[in-house]
Design a protein. Structure first.
Length: 79
């Protein structure tokens, strides 16, 4: 069985490569993508904790995206 630290490192590497390829390396979208990768990796190896962690990251990333969008809308409305 693959060790959790090794699996997390692999997830981080894949997430980083994916985000660098599309040009988004920060913010909520990055956290959502990382969460999707963690959830999938957890499902592949049967690690429910990693799956839940990935789901949590996706939710938190979505909230960050919503907050950033709201900030942008307010900024645009006041200019």
């Amino acid at each position: 069985m693959t060790s959790r630290p090794l699996l997390l490192a692999a997830c981080a590497a894949v997430a980083g490569l994916s985000l660098a390829a599309c040009g988004d390396t920060s913010g909520g979208q990055a956290q959502q993508t990382g969460g999707e990768i963690k959830e999938a990796a957890g499902g592949l190896v049967g690690d429910e904790s990693l799956e839940r962690e990935g789901q949590k990251d996706q939710v938190v990333g979505g909230v960050k995206e919503t907050v950033d969008d709201a900030k942008d809308a307010v900024k645009d409305a006041t200019n």
